[in-house]
Design a protein. Sequence first.
Length: 479
Amino acid sequence: MSEAIQFLEPNAAILSRRKEIVADLAELVPAERLVQEPNELVPFETDGFIAYRRRPLAVVLPETTAQVAAVMKYCNKYGIPIVPRGAGTSLSGGAIPQEDAVVLGLSAMTKILDIDYANRCATVQAGVTNLSISDAVGGDGFFYAPDPSSQLACTIGGNIGMNSGGAHCLKYGVTTNNLLGVKLVLVDGTVIELGGKALDSAGYDLLGLVCGSEGQLGVITEATVRLIAKPEGARPVLFGFDSAEAAGSCVADVIGAGIVPVAIEFMDKPAIEICEAFAHAGYPLDVEALLIIEVEGSEAEMEAMLASIVEIAKRHGVKTVRESQSAMESALIWKGRKSAFGATGRIADYICMDGTVPLSQLAYVLKKTSEITDRYGLRVANVFHAGDGNMHPLILYNINDPEDAAKAEAAGMEILKLCVDAGGCLTGEHGVGIEKRDLMRHQYAEADLAQQMAVRAAFDPLWTLNPSKVFPLDGRTAA
């Protein structure tokens, strides 16, 4: 296991009181909601960022906001760190605990509390999975727009913590654009409500601050999210190109022309081959890069938009244009894309990057990404949300080879720096977690970081909520 990323030293005083702390927690939640046996704690040691793991002090799986508040109040009283956890799909290490921390898992809070079509919103507990919201309202002609690839498993609480996006965020926005309100438990156990069913609320936009805060300002137990009416029709189209640069330039020109499809997804040749072998979606295997462009609306609207996109694609030497001819074919096309991370995991370990770049820089960054991984002797599969420049290069390596793991991490850090230097940022939807924490100084000046840390410290003066994450460890004293 690589140890390039450092964690805080566990508090020896807390570790020495483990038996007493576990006994106290047992008074706050039902016995079946407390995990304490060493072998039962193993699944909570890590998340989707599997290169690092730490076994927590204990795990609590509350079912109610009141139980969350009681645990928060207790831990705050004794200075015990808390690590909120949803489904554990984080790819940046956002839910990896430390040895003196209590993991507060929200996976048992799975109730859809209210569906309000008149106000086009739904209120759900934090452990509700992303996809289950759309499943619950789909029969009535609505859906929940953000759709990360892990939407079958990832939870709304985690989506809010990382401000998750997905393939259709190009048109509908990411989590923050679809979030109306939350119930938030503060570090001392106080329960507050931010936002609500109305489109706007008075005062500071604390809801916007909480979304993307990675569990460091409080623990979300409920959320009110926006519901959107299903479009009249939708059609994904495959565009194959002879180079990644040509595909990247095509994306920039489509958006530059004022055309906003519902989604533009990119795959390079390695990703195409991996996903096609898994999903059998009918992706062309004789191209170097593939765009999945989905349009929606009436038949006339879709035809007009596609005609404009095809004309732009021709200017970039498009080799293949194939429209979906049925609902089943559309489902297969999206199955291939949304299975990319899992399909890649079948053939190799990988680190998934999450940098975002201006569309005008896509072709350049793709070229430089290949040069970086080639220099380290590693393979890379690129699959990402091209419409908003959110890149997800998957760097393939052997996790059991320390030298290989170190190369993968070093290459990943270079790619993220490249994204920032090209005018982009470190993360589009996966969050900072531990993965990008030490690159925050590459993105921000010291004054910028100090202000962010001051805001964090205002909510959590002792820095016990999700410690070791987001901010450089040596900067904590500045707050």
